[in-house]
Every structure is written in C-alpha cells, then in structure tokens.
Design a protein around this ligand. Sequence first.
Ligand code: ZN
Length: 438
Amino acid sequence: MQADTVIEARWLIPVVPKNTVLEHMSVVISGGRIADILPTAQARLRYQSDDTVTLPESVVMPGLVNLHSHAAMNIIRGLGADLSLMDWLNTKIWPAEGKLMSADYVREGSLLAGREMAMSGVTCTSDQYFFPESAAEGLREAGLRCAVSGLVIGFPSAWGSGDEDYLAKSEALIRNHENDPFVHATIAPHAPYTVSDESLRRCADISERFGVPVHIHVNETAGEVEGSLKTYGLRPIERLTRLGLVNDRLIAVHSVHADASDIDKMAQAGSSMCHCPSSNLKLASGFAPLAAFMKAGVNVGIGTDGAASNDKLDMLGETRLAAMLAKAVAGDSTAAKVFDMLEAATLGGARALHWDQEIGSVETGKQADLIAVDLSGVECQPVQDPAAQLLYSAGRENVTHVWVAGQLIAEKILSVRYSEENCGFSLNSVAKKWQNML
Ligand SMILES: [Zn+2]
C-alpha cells in the first residue's frame, strides 16, 4: 500500500495508551493523518513510501502542545531582568508594548516565536495576545497549529478601544475559525483583576454559545488573591464560579496560589490548569501546587508563557522543570510521574483546548502532529528508560524532526561532537558496555 510518509522509530511513546513505550514501531502517514501504527518489520512488507524516515536511536511521540504563550513577546525578550513584577511591567514591558503594538509587530513576533517553538518540538500553541488574527498568521507561517485568543482586557490598546470592542472582535475571531483545522479560537479575559464582572459574564456567555475554551490568568500572585478578597470578598476562583466561568472549558493559567477549595472546585467542574513554572520562578510568583492538582484529577497542561518572562519557549525544558518542582513542593519524589508529565505536555494541553479528538497522542485517525527526539548523544546515553530520559536527560536540542499534519516543519541535523576519530573509540560503546553489566 502507498503511504505519504513512514516513520520508523526505535521507540514510540504514543501517550495513549498511557505508560507505554513501544520498540521498533512505524507510524504511517496518509493525507496528513496517522493511517497506521505497526511493528516496523510488518510495515516494511505492507507499505511503500517515497518518504521513509528511519530513526534508529530516537523516540517518536506526539508534538508538544504549549498551553500558554504570548508569542509576539519574543520581540521584547531580554528586557528588564531582575526587576520586581510591577517595576518590570511599568518600566519595561508596558512601555515597550505601547511603542511597538501593531498587527505587523504581532505577526512577525509570532513568526519568530513559532519558529523557536517548532525547533523545540511544539506543534500547537495556545496564544494570548492582541491582534490574534496576526498572531495566527505568524504562527501558521512558522508551520504550527494554534489556538489564538479573543483578548478582553480592561484598558484600551492598539487592538481595541474597550470592552465592547474587544468582545465584538473576539466573537468575530471565533466565528472566523469555526471550521478551521489549523487555527482555533478561545475567549481570553486577561485576568480576574483586569476584567469587570459584567465583561467576565459576557465572556462566559461567548464560551457557552460557541463551545470555546476560556483562556485566563488566575491565581498568579498572592497580591491578586488579596486584592480579590478585598474588592469582592471572594477568592478569584469563587468569583469566576459565580460568573459562570468555572466549567470544563476553563483553562486557569498559573494557578500558583490555588488553595484546596479552588482545586476542589476546578476538579468538580472538570476545568484545566496550565502550569508555567519558569515564569512563576522568574517573577517570584511562587510555586504552583502541581502534585495536588494532579492528585485531585484536574487536567493539567504545560505552558511557556511569553519570552519576556521565561525567556525561552522550551516545552521539554519546562516539563522537566515542572516535574522536579512538583516533587520538591509536594515533598514527595513519587509525585509528577514521568508519563503524567509527558501526558501534560501533549494530550493535557489538547484536552484543555477541546482539541483532543484530533491531536495530543499518536493514535490511528488523528492528525499526524509528531516529533522525533534523538537519544544517541552522549548526554542521553546509555538509554535504560527512554521515557524517563526523554523527560530528564534530553532537551530541545535533541529534537530532530517536527511534523504538523504530516508536513515536516522543522528538521535538525545534530553535529557529531565526539566522533570516533577524535577520541579513538565510541563513547556509546563505553556506555553500553557498563549498561550490559547491570
Ligand atoms: Zn501569560
């Protein structure tokens, strides 16, 4: 049988079924979708393709889903290190955005971020920013799938004059992408402290009418919770619950200061939490209780946040940090298990976006959004546990191939840093010799 592409993987981590590493498997792609998954020996008998990619020392897995980005902020990366959050916003970020904000800035910034993400193994990002149509253009130009946001924020910007304008533009954005296989839309009230009750209620209504997720920063800082208690007499999640926003479409970004009652409400409602550990650490926001969210059964995704507060859009690195931080915060090294974290970085994000019927795992019939991570380098050898080493030893530098809908959007040739000629013997054979004695 003829196939568009056959990927022959040493290891396949499909994410569904969970806790699974398959060896010597092939993923067959036709028409942008996964047509078959079968042992390579059988695939060679059954399928022909002009595009066979043989990856003898790589893990193939679903593309990473970045659940929270501000892609255009790649252009203002590097501004204001070591400032307090309010100083950073007031003296660096907001003035820079004020000066640059336009459709072109967002499109070109998103293109840069899209390329950085593509090279890092991200196949889909959920973006929140002004000029979302321009963000979608830049991200699509970079080859990514994306969910862009109808942003609602309580002050005027170059994109909108105020709440009415933001809500109208957001609704138009959502209608525009209703049947778009590559670009979805969310409604994105920026945060509980920047959006009024009335506008939050209207966001809830838009989310309900169109069935789109609500992409919002919540419980990011201790100050936000204090402010909410002072102004409304309610914690942010309780306020959002009363306004009709806490349901299975909620994506609560950060959730650093979520307490047990917040976690319980989100678990009951089937809401999702998006964890952005680098941003939380760099801005000293605190430590999100990731293990508690996972234990309560809340769907978890991972996000990089924008390049101004991270400053790298490295989902593998972010997931590694999330796992280690969760263990330390919970005081429990058995928390945030490898497969839970790999799921959070892929299917968890897809689920939060209500896109999990199409992306987030390697399953027959799904979109062929896939990546390959090469474990042949000395930094990943010997391979004793491909899943654990994918999370803890590999990094974005080991990502070699990235496909979206079966199209190769990024390919990297890894340089051989320690060739046999240089050191007179194979470093991998040294690693394997000792591995064999175990
Ligand atoms: Zn953010």
